[in-house]
Design a protein around this ligand. Structure first.
Ligand SMILES: NC(=O)c1ccc[n+]([C@@H]2O[C@H](COP(=O)([O-])OP(=O)(O)OC[C@H]3O[C@@H](n4cnc5c(N)ncnc54)[C@H](OP(=O)(O)O)[C@@H]3O)[C@@H](O)[C@H]2O)c1
Length: 268
């Protein structure tokens, strides 16, 4: 595993696993949560240590229990979760504190590695209150890093007006269909690490080129796609229900894409 150093010095694994459909009937995001997550156990066995969770996924308690019962020591795990931009969680500072306390309980831990605001909070007072609570828990050591998700440039600028702690990451959609180049440039300038959700999304014609590039490295198109992101400093959190794909998505550290291939993918 390779790590990326966040702007507060914390090391984050550059590849993690998504969990938004884990532990749900038929792997369906909106379906009922079941009582077990074989995919998460498989991911841990294969060596995944960074787990991307969210209150909105409704499976935090189950994910937390499986992590707590695993043989992987807590200090090896990098647990991310997200507070929804919904009244129930952001209407007051007390509501946000209750949400964080509950997530800590769900993960059976006294700290989270990274907590994100899941979506932009449009009402400025609520954004400020929420961020101040994040900062409070950060200062207390209960959150090792704090950040945002799905924030555009204007949302980041608004946050900057009062933030004492700069967001460590912005988790946004980044893939070959939605490269998000302008926002990536802003994040680079600000020293905020981009985390790519939905990293596997690709058009058919792009897939063919990725497969073609992969031949020289003996890697699949999916692996080339992920390697392209991590080689340029974008954290990826692909999600798979298939053990072979989970293994492939971690098997990215024994090769390096040439400058020409990086450029070819960039221009897809
Ligand atoms: N912050 C946000 O608003 C937000 C929004 C969406 C998602 N997320 C997070 O990001 C994570 C990942 O995003 P996502 O789940 O939407 O999409 P994703 O990881 O881009 O794609 C998942 C799909 O890719 C397939 N796949 C994975 N590895 C593969 C491989 N090596 N070869 C071929 N196919 C492969 C999976 O199928 P198989 O199961 O068959 O492998 C699955 O259908 C989520 O789980 C969630 O934690 C965050």
């Amino acid at each position: 595993m390779e790590y990326i150093t966040l702007n507060n010095g914390l090391e984050m694994p550059i590849v993690g696993t998504g969990t938004n459909t884990y532990g749900k009937e038929n792997n369906d995001y909106n379906a009922a949560v079941t009582n077990e997550i074989p995919e998460l156990l498989s991911a841990l066995e294969l060596g995944y240590r960074s787990i991307d969770a969210a209150i909105m996924y409704r499976n935090e308690e189950l994910v937390g229990r499986v992590l707590a019962e695993s043989t992987v020591p807590r200090e090896e795990l990098f647990i991310t979760t997200k507070v929804p931009a919904e009244e129930e969680y952001i209407a007051s500072k007390e509501a946000t504190r209750a949400a964080i306390d509950n997530s800590l309980k769900n993960f059976q831990t006294d700290y989270l590695d990274l907590l994100l605001i899941h979506f932009p909070i449009e009402e400025k007072g609520q954004l400020q209150n929420t961020w101040e609570v994040f900062e409070e828990y950060y200062e207390a050591g209960k959150l090792k890093a704090i950040g945002v998700s799905n924030f555009r440039k204007n949302h980041l600028e608004e946050l900057k007006e009062f933030a004492k702690v700069k967001p460590a990451v912005n988790q946004i959609q980044i893939n070959l269909k939605e490269p998000n180049k302008d926002l990536l440039a802003v994040l680079k300038e600000e020293g905020i690490t981009p985390v790519a959700w939905g990293p596997m999304k690709v058009e058919d014609h792009q897939k063919e080129v990725l497969e073609d590039i992969g031949k020289a490295y003996k890697k699949s198109g999916a692996q080339i796609l992920l390697k392209y992101q991590i080689q340029r400093g974008v954290v990826v959190i692909p999600k798979s229900h298939n053990r072979e794909n989970q293994a492939a998505n971690l098997d990215l550290f024994d090769f390096h894409l040439s400058a020409e291939d990086m450029e070819r993918i960039e221009n897809l």
